[in-house]
Design a protein around this ligand. Structure first.
Ligand SMILES: *Cc1c(COP(=O)(O)O)cnc(C)c1O
Length: 446
């Protein structure tokens, strides 16, 4: 990897944490910002580069979150920043539905080549991951003339009305926000660590879900099956090998649109361009967002031409969808990922993670499971001697890391998973130091 850093890649906490400027901002925030928006960090960002977040008091934190898997190429990647400035100087917006422009087409062409699936494709762009998911369901319903949509246990697909219905976890995502959208059915996921039968194969786990779909809905009633090839918020759950291919095959046999929600796992994060590539599945539709544009808000829906083209003219769109500044950032981000082989970099991070935490797992029984792919890896914490989730320990470890200047996010249906999502431009040295801090926190509290 050939990256130069603007900010010294050094972890540093100066005195009180949060410092006085962050405390002052927190007080202003409490009087101005809706209480429903929570933040992981008690400090406020001032400057971000490589693997370092500098806060308003000059503290330097190691970033293992990437703004939730977004700033894969860095939060101030010079090539992305330049493309943004150049595009903004020409025009920031015309609305593609009013005065279309070239870079939208260029990004659609590019995504057709890098997304899974050897078939003719079309793409359409939006602003958020949730919006891409909503539109995938709209397209699947028009294309099939059916209504039922299948999602899985532990799924996360967003916070809008339709997508919070697809999301599995009630609190905090759905609680009190109903009524939820109808015709959503939830099926059992392949979650190898928590299977009742530890020997169940991926194919058998798929057959379990297929039987439930046949009995509870009927294959000919289902418009779409949507699944994250590696689940994100639900706990970085990697389904057993064979699960995804069998579900995709059954979808095809039944004329069901198979949608891979690659919003979190896509764009080199998993060590492949897309997590679907790992088992070679070819989803009919792919939703993308997060890592696509170096931090600029952009999402997309890419897939089979005949599906996307089945929608009537004017049926898809949105004022800002495929904003030219965000698209310029996406084109530069993708180029950077290719030139710097960030998928290869993610695989290096995966290896470093499993070597280090695999060894610790042998000594500390609280590390129930370590899993993930690429730079999307996690530790599931349990109480000693069993598999009972230990959310309190997980919280303590994440807080300890934070106090030491390492930003670590948690996730999981049971709140007992620490997830690592470093920017792929982080140096080995800084990543190793973050691992040291996490290891020390585990040994102190577990
Ligand atoms: C984050 C996420 C979404 C929602 O994306 P937003 O941009 O927050 O709307 C959807 N699906 C998956 C898998 C995600 O991780």
């Amino acid at each position: 990897m050939d990256v130069t850093y603007r900010i010294e890649q050094k972890r540093q906490i100066n005195g009180a944490f949060p410092g006085p400027k962050s405390q002052a901002l927190a007080a202003r925030r409490a009087k101005a910002v809706a209480a429903g928006v929570a933040s992981s960090l008690p400090v406020y960002a001032a400057d971000v580069d490589g693997g370092i977040i500098v806060d308003v008091d000059g503290n330097q934190l190691i970033d293992l979150g990437s703004g939730i898997a977004v700033t894969t190429v860095g939060a101030s990647n010079p090539a992305v920043a330049k493309a943004v400035a150049e595009q903004a100087a020409r025009f920031t917006h015309t609305c593609f539905m009013v005065a279309p422009y070239e870079n939208y087409i260029e990004l659609a062409e590019k995504l057709a080549t890098i997304t899974p699936g050897h078939f003719e494709k079309r793409a359409v762009f939006f602003n958020s991951g949730a919006e891409a998911v909503e539109n995938a369901i709209k397209v699947a319903r028009v294309a099939t003339g059916r209504q039922a949509v299948v999602a899985f246990d532990h799924a996360y697909h967003g916070r809008t009305n339709l997508t919070m219905g697809l999301t599995a976890k009630a609190a905090p995502y759905k609680r009190g926000f109903g009524p939820l959208a109808p015709e959503i059915y939830r099926m059992p996921m392949s979650y190898p660590y928590r299977e009742e039968n530890p020997n169940i194969s991926g194919k058998e786990a798929a057959e379990r879900a297929i039987l439930a779909m046949e009995k509870q809905i009927g294959g000919d009633q289902i418009a779409a099956i949507i699944i994250e090839p590696i689940q994100g918020e639900g706990g970085f759950i990697v389904p057993a090998t064979g699960f995804l291919p069998r579900v995709a095959e059954w979808a095809k046999e039944n004329g069901i649109v198979f949608i891979a929600d690659e919003v979190q796992a896509g764009f080199a994060r998993s060590g492949a361009w897309f997590a679907s590539d790992i088992e070679g599945i070819e989803p009919d539709l792919v939703t993308v967002a997060k890592g696509i544009a170096g931090g600029m808000p952009l999402s997309g829906l890419i897939g089979r031409a005949e599906l996307l083209d089945s929608v009537h003219g004017g049926g898809l769109g949105g004022t800002y969808g495929g904003n030219p500044v965000a698209v310029a950032a996406a084109l530069e981000s993708i180029k950077f990922m290719e030139e710097q082989d960030l998928a290869g970099r993610a695989r290096q991070i995966e290896e470093q993670f499993f070597t280090r935490f695999g060894a610790i797992q042998k000594e500390v029984s609280a590390l129930g499971d370590i899993r993930g792919r690429g730079a999307m890896v996690a530790i599931e914490f349990v109480k000693a001697g069993g598999k009972e989730p230990d959310a309190a320990l997980t919280k303590k470890i994440a807080e300890e890391c934070l106090a030491e200047g390492v930003l670590i996010l948690t996730c999981g249906t049971y709140g007992n998973v620490v997830r690592l999502l470093p920017p792929l431009v982080i140096s080995d040295e800084l990543l190793g130091e973050a691992f040291d801090v996490l290891e020390a926190a585990i040994r102190k509290h577990a």
